[in-house]
Design a protein around this ligand. Structure first.
Ligand SMILES: Cc1cc2nc3c(=O)[nH]c(=O)nc-3n(C[C@H](O)[C@H](O)[C@H](O)COP(=O)(O)OP(=O)(O)OC[C@H]3O[C@@H](n4cnc5c(N)ncnc54)[C@H](O)[C@@H]3O)c2cc1C
Length: 384
């Protein structure tokens, strides 16, 4: 897809600009051409992961000591932005999120063991919180981890797990103390899934969009995990750890939302100048111009708010309420803009070969996962 750069964000310094050029070239050359196949087969060949690792697209804001890119969230934002603009989704966002949980809570030995292969794209990460009967209400999860000597024994199931199909490392939210009601009985336990007895995943779920990243169910039947894989080493901290890390994931989502919104406006502006109706380009109709003007304004307002969040994050000053606002408002805006832009494409907008149709389908889940937008409004309201 072609891009119309409106203005450059203030957090894009020279190194980030150069990094963006490399990412853009890699995405165009190595990822975009394969999207139809990835969507049909629910994911890329595993080689795409190692290629992305070699090109330096994975764990870009993880320290070099652990195999990461040694960059900041600015570099991560560039990767998210370039992938989203091109409707390329294959689970890298969740992969990075998992790395951040490890950075925050794993032991030094675990970080050195897990993070370098994740950065190379050889070990894929997933995080399994959601269960068939517990999504927004994470305190209601039932998956249990019972301590037996030097191991935990996991039983239960998860659903909607991105990257679950090929993840070698899965962070599982489980109840380590079923007697404690609510959040304090929950812990995060890391599963190393290779050859793990009792661990199984289902076939990829059929989704409305984002088909290039497989989303699966997971089942645990007396799965034995070394007790050392309890993330953070203390039982009952899982809920707090999720609350600490979810804002990072929400900002990742907000970055993609603004990128898609801008790209949707750009491709639609070009389309309506080429498409004629009643003897003139669609762009000559006042309604078309007004709709696009509204969309472009909304996208740009969103960009400015996102930039403010990114700058505050880089300065260590971003608050969770602003992150919830970004996730809620920017994904709502993304959906509104993409919907208006699809309308301006007429019937072609409904054809999946047109990028706007894929943007529309991919956008919908942004309002649902990583904490639905209704939950974001609850979080925002708590600040009042
Ligand atoms: C494509 C995809 C990928 C995903 N990837 C992952 C993943 O990798 N790992 C993972 O753990 N999960 C993942 N999820 C799960 C996702 O986070 C949940 O779907 C989401 O948190 C909502 O939970 P739910 O589906 O159970 O909906 P529910 O919790 O049943 O919510 C249904 C509706 O009720 C509303 N609602 C619920 N509670 C409240 C409230 N208190 N106030 C107002 N409204 C409320 C919700 O906003 C929603 O509109 C993924 C989901 C999808 C669709």
């Amino acid at each position: 897809m072609h891009r119309d750069v409106i203005f450059e964000s203030p957090w894009v310094k020279d190194d980030v600009r150069l990094f963006r050029e490399n990412v853009r070239a890699f995405v165009a050359r190595e990822l975009v051409p394969h999207q139809a196949r990835w969507r049909a087969q629910h994911g890329p060949e595993l080689e795409a992961w190692t290629k992305a690792g070699t090109a330096g697209l994975l764990l870009v804001d993880v320290p070099e000591d652990y195999g990461g890119g040694g960059g900041t969230f600015a570099h991560e934002a560039v990767v998210l932005d370039e992938l989203a603009r091109n409707c390329v989704y294959f689970g890298t966002q969740v992969h990075t999120t998992v790395a951040h949980y490890l950075l925050a809570y794993a032991t030094e030995e675990q970080k050195r063991r897990w993070l370098p292969p994740m950065a190379r794209g050889e070990l894929l990460g997933a995080i399994a919180m959601t269960e068939p009967h517990a999504g927004s209400d994470l305190q209601a999860i039932k998956t249990s981890a019972r301590r037996e000597g030097a191991h935990y024994i996991l039983n239960g199931s998860k659903t909607f797990i991105t990257n679950g199909a090929h993840a070698g490392l899965v962070i599982v939210a489980a109840k380590t103390n079923p007697k404690v009601i609510g959040m304090r009985g929950t812990s995060l336990i890391v599963l190393e899934t290779a050859g793990l007895p009792g661990y199984r995943t289902g076939r990829p779920l059929e989704k409305l969009g984002m088909q290039g990243q497989a989303t699966v169910e997971m089942f645990f039947d007396e799965v034995r995990v070394p007790a050392a894989n309890l993330l953070g080493g203390v039982e009952g901290r899982g809920f707090a750890q999720m609350m600490e890390q979810l804002p990072y994931e929400r900002l990742q989502i907000a970055v993609g939302a603004v990128a898609v919104a801008e790209e949707a406006v750009a491709i639609t502006a070009r389309y309506v100048k080429e498409r004629n109706a009643f003897g003139k380009p669609l762009f000559d109709l006042q309604n078309t111009r007004f709709k696009l003007a509204e969309c472009r304004t909304r996208a740009q307002v969103g960009r400015v708010f996102l930039d403010s969040c990114i700058e505050r994050l880089l300065a260590g000053q971003l608050d969770d309420t602003s992150t919830a606002m970004a996730k809620y408002w920017l994904t709502e805006s993304q959906n509104q803009i993409v919907d208006e832009c699809l309308q301006l494409h007429g019937g072609y907008g409904y054809m999946t070969e047109y990028p706007i149709a894929r943007m529309w389908a991919d956008a919908r889940v942004q309002r649902i996962y990583a904490g639905s937008n209704e939950i974001m409004k609850e979080l925002i309201a708590w600040s009042l």
